[in-house]
Design a binder for this molecule. Structure first.
Ligand code: C2E
Ligand code: CA
Ligand code: CA
Ligand code: CA
Length: 278
């Protein structure tokens, strides 16, 4: 009963669902969403701070629900994780993101994509083969794909995560630690895990100009990551002052509303073309 209640609240806010029994239909609803392609992917650009050019996009999932409208990931990712649907959901996101990446490639744009991957996938020993099959299916080299993982996914089972991550790295996929600094302290794992990139959580970057401790943490994380030869992405960069401070600190990549909010694929392409193109 406790689990059902939790599932209910993570997908449907109280009062939104007048038909009742929402918690009982969430699993079949999400299943249908995956089968009938109701999940839509939005793309948020990332820019290289040295050159100022777009260097990739993070893929962020939304659910175009037939009754409730466009739902953000906070409304259904937790439920997907609890019901085992996160694995088919991740397959769906990888499949559609790599298809889009290939379509952009055919239009002359190389846009590497970063896909969020939850703990379950890192504990599935067949995940690297699934990723390899999807890359092959879409004719994309492994280097165009970055997988964003969270610290907690690693800590749940470090040994198995390390095995899966090593095989993904050997494929040539890039690995990024997401929301760094917000989970359990895993600085020790950072040293032993085969990752290429650290994403500094937006709770630090968004406030760094006004809050001195956020600024201090951002600077420390940058130093730590660079000493470990990791590339650093600052997420949640909302204004040009923060952008400039991060550039002065030697941060590698920025992402945030300052550049663009996440956009549907067609709007992302229009954004790439720029305001002057028709
Ligand atoms: P995240 O991976 O940390 O993604 C960054 C979130 O910050 C996104 O929220 C993005 O829209 C938001 N954001 C980006 N720039 C700014 C900014 O400048 N200011 C502010 N205030 N926010 C900004 P979103 O799209 O709602 O995604 C929330 C979370 O849902 C993601 O956090 C990620 O953990 C999860 N998620 C999204 N798509 C997927 C997916 O396909 N698979 C999995 N496993 N998780 C996903
Ligand atoms: Ca992410
Ligand atoms: Ca993040
Ligand atoms: Ca986050």
């Amino acid at each position: 009963a406790a689990k059902r209640a939790r599932l209910g609240t993570s997908v449907y806010e109280p009062g939104l669902d007048r038909h009742g029994a929402a918690q009982l239909t969430v699993i079949s609803d999400l299943r249908r969403a995956i089968d009938q392609a109701e999940l839509v992917l939005h793309y948020q650009p990332k820019a290289d701070l040295r050159t100022g050019t777009v260097c990739g996009a993070e893929v962020l999932c939304r659910w175009q629900h037939p009754r409730l409208g466009l739902l953000g990931p906070d409304r259904f990712i937790p439920a997907a994780e609890e019901t085992g649907l996160i694995e088919p959901l991740t397959q769906y996101v990888l499949d559609h993101a790599l298809a889009q990446c290939h379509a952009w490639h055919l239009s002359g744009w190389e846009v590497p994509v970063s896909v969020n991957v939850g703990a379950q996938c890192l504990h599935d020993r067949t995940f690297p083969e699934q990723v390899a099959a999807l890359l092959e299916h879409h004719g994309r080299p492994a280097r165009v794909l970055t997988l964003e993982i969270t610290e907690s996914a690693i800590i749940a089972d470090p040994h198995r995560a390390s095995d899966v991550l090593t095989r993904l790295r050997d494929l040539g996929v890039r690995l990024s630690i997401d929301d760094f600094g917000t989970g359990y302290s895993s600085i020790a794992y950072l040293r032993t895990m085969p990752v290429h990139e650290m994403k500094i959580d937006r709770s630090f970057t968004t406030n760094m100009r006004t809050d001195s401790s956020s600024g201090a943490i951002t600077r420390s994380l940058l130093g730590l990551a660079h000493n470990l030869e990791l590339e650093v992405v600052a997420e949640g960069v909302e204004d040009e002052e923060t952008w400039a401070v991060l550039a002065a600190l030697g941060c590698d990549i920025v992402q945030g509303y300052c550049l663009s909010k996440p956009l549907p694929a067609d709007e992302f392409a229009a954004w790439l073309r720029g305001p002057d193109a028709q």
